[in-house]
Design a protein around this ligand. Structure first.
Ligand SMILES: Cc1cc2nc3c(=O)[nH]c(=O)nc-3n(C[C@H](O)[C@H](O)[C@H](O)COP(=O)(O)OP(=O)(O)OC[C@H]3O[C@@H](n4cnc5c(N)ncnc54)[C@H](O)[C@@H]3O)c2cc1C
Length: 606
């Protein structure tokens, strides 16, 4: 331990990912002094920058944190997974770097379900969480590049009123889609023309469009009509009607490069370097308290231990696995577990590390007649110094081509059961062989150029039974993460499993419409027992819920509706761990939104 005087800042933010980065930037922009402590580095290479290299980024040692989890506590069941690594479990990609998991995520930027926000408003009695109010955070964040910015209405009031109500014309003046056009997160669509470069891909997607849309419209469609029906899943009107449909996928890219929390921090740091500092290689080991008031943190700087004091607050944004670990190491969590590790209890909060949720995901992989023409020029590798780049990389440098996309061409929202009030499956197609995360998957993903995968994501799981527990008091040791999948968790009805099976049956019908270009299904394969396949092979990558928002009267709640840890002063949690239920189909946009909401709460002195 050093004896030097600890430094003092207004706010300490632990972690620079989707939760911590935008919050830190917003506080600094508004005159607060902020120190971000980030365990990883700020290294950057093409695996970060090139959208199509996102899988490489998840396994690049520059960013990857070696994290393995358990899907089941039943070891016999766990070992049935083809991705299981003996002695370790299932690889769960986590990025330890500036930007957190936004440094390797697949860039998919999709708005959650409005009910996710309304449920929090109802549970907490805090109306600022209502869906209509939360939309303003999306509008604040987004710099939409794929929809036209609404024109300014003329000064003359009668004319302005007329133009804003006239059918068709009014759409040019009124922002009915409630997109943002001036925020820090640029959103673009993968260029749909890429599909037309590849006849096989076109056939599969046109088949899907024809099947999905004709089913809902009650009439058959031509392939061309189907493809022209692509629309924007983030449009407010789509959200309000909770539509099933076939969509192009918005990506967070700017100038064909990855864009997210890191870029937001960099831009604000350049503007106000005296107020925003990001310290890398700083792994926070515990929060420091004076009684029940958080006063600062202790962190590891290589072999040294240092302290920083917060004049105002400490904000934990270390992610759904590390934030509960950090709270527990600091004496906040289930008293029994803390005492078992000899940790002095500052506050007994049984919900810390509980309520862990994820989306279930499976891949249905087909063997195509031939290699995809679209991938002909692509090695999916950055050129080494002195090496000639591949043609796709050269095209990417000019802002175009297959590397500008994340590989997911279209997305489909679908109800696994027509009686559901909203779609619970998000399905996207990619010209690759994707069966989940296992060491080396980023290489095998691209090995076969003649494979197509429908990836099926199950939203709104019923399973809230996962847990994050301490293995030891060593801050460097990964916590024990057990999801307790399906019936081993809280979904005794088996309805999550039924829904994923329904998703597989649905994509098989899509594939039937492309039987001229698809040879066979190779995974799970026509003879597989689908329930066994899903139970054994499902995976997830949107972990959340381990420090859930809820009223103080809820014994499982960890933070209140303003992100303050119950029973503690000067300590908030702002990351994916606070969601009481897993939001929507993709989690990064809702996490950015709560990051902005937390900044508002702090700046308003709530
Ligand atoms: C492979 C993959 C692909 C994904 N693709 C998508 C996608 O396309 N769309 C989507 O919506 N979501 C996607 N996600 C999910 C999404 O990226 C994450 O859920 C989101 O980034 C979580 O944000 P967070 O702030 O909670 O945590 P993170 O973004 O993980 O940030 C946590 C940060 O805290 C740091 N940290 C941890 N412990 C400490 C400590 N003790 N001291 C200091 N710093 C610490 C970490 O290094 C990290 O930088 C993907 C996830 C994965 C794994």
């Amino acid at each position: 331990m050093t004896t030097e005087q600890p430094e003092v800042v207004d706010y300490i933010v632990v972690g620079s990912g989707a939760g911590g980065g935008p919050l830190a930037a917003r506080l600094a922009e508004n005159g607060r002094s902020v120190l971000v402590l980030e365990a990883g580095s700020d290294a950057e290479n093409d695996n970060y920058r090139v959208p199509a290299f996102h899988a490489n980024a998840t396994e690049d040692p520059a960013y990857a944190q070696d994290t393995f989890v358990a899907h089941y506590s039943d070891t016999t069941q766990a070992q049935r997974d083809s991705k299981f690594v003996s002695g370790k479990g299932i690889l769960y990609p986590r990025a330890s770097t500036v930007g957190g998991c936004t440094a390797h995520h697949a860039l998919i930027t999709i708005y959650p379900d409005n009910a996710d926000w309304d449920d929090i408003a109802r549970a907490t009695g805090d109306r600022s969480w209502r869906a209509t109010a939360m939309r303003s955070y999306f509008e604040r964040i987004e710099r939409c590049r794929y929809r036209k910015r609404p024109r300014l209405l003329p000064r003359a009031r009668w004319l302005a009123r007329l133009l804003s109500v006239l059918p068709v014309v009014s759409d040019r003046y009124v922002n009915r889609g409630r997109h943002g056009f001036d925020g820090w997160l640029e959103t673009n669509l993968a260029n749909p023309k890429l599909v037309t470069r590849d006849w096989q891909l076109f056939k599969v997607l046109a088949g899907a469009a024809t099947r999905t849309l004709s089913g809902w419209l009650g009439r058959s469609l031509t392939a061309w009509e189907g493809l022209e029906s692509f629309v924007d899943p983030n449009d407010w009107r789509v959200q309000r009607r909770r539509l099933q449909g076939l969509w192009l996928i918005p990506l967070s890219t700017a100038d064909a490069r990855r864009s997210g929390s890191r870029e937001r921090l960099t831009q604000v740091r350049e503007r106000v370097p005296e107020r925003l500092r990001v310290r890398t290689g700083a792994m926070v080991s515990k929060v420091l308290f004076d009684g029940t008031t958080a006063t600062g943190v202790e962190y590891l700087d290589g072999p040294r231990t240092r302290q920083v004091r917060a004049r105002r607050e400490v904000i934990l944004a270390a992610g759904s696995f590390q934030t509960p670990k950090l709270l527990k190491l600091s004496g906040i969590g289930p008293a029994d577990e803390l005492r078992a590790h000899g940790i002095e209890v500052v506050r007994d909060l049984p919900g810390v590390g509980a309520n862990l949720q994820d989306r279930y995901e499976v891949g249905v992989v087909s063997q195509m007649n031939e290699n995809f023409a679209l991938l002909e020029d692509a090695t999916f590798e950055a050129p080494q110094p002195g090496q000639q780049p591949d043609p796709a990389y050269e095209e990417w440098l000019r802002g175009g081509g297959v590397y500008t996309s994340n590989g997911a061409v279209v997305g489909i929202t679908h109800k696994s059961d027509p009686a559901l009030p909203a779609p619970d499956l998000f399905i996207f197609g990619l010209p690759a062989d994707f069966r989940g995360y296992a060491p080396g998957y980023s290489t095998s993903l691209q090995r076969n150029r003649d494979r197509f995968t429908w990836a099926i994501l199950k939203s709104h799981t019923r399973n809230t039974g996962g847990q994050v527990r301490l293995r030891s008091t060593d801050p460097r040791e990964q916590p024990e993460v057990t999801f307790h999948y399906f019936e081993e968790g809280t979904d005794s009805s088996g309805r999550d499993l039924d829904a994923v099976v329904a998703g597989i049956e649905f994509v098989r019908r899509l594939n039937d419409a492309a039987d001229k270009v698809i040879l066979d299904e190779v995974w799970p394969g026509p003879d597989a027992d689908l329930r066994t396949f899903v139970r054994d092979e499902a995976w997830g990558h949107h972990a959340c819920g381990t420090c859930k928002i809820g009223p103080a009267a809820d014994p499982a709640a960890v933070v209140d509706s303003a992100f303050r840890v119950h029973g503690i002063t000067g300590l908030r949690v702002v990351d994916a761990s606070v969601f009481p239920r897993i939001p929507g189909s993709f989690i990064v946009l809702p996490t950015y939104m709560i990051s902005e909401k937390a900044a508002d709460a702090i700046l308003r002195g709530v």
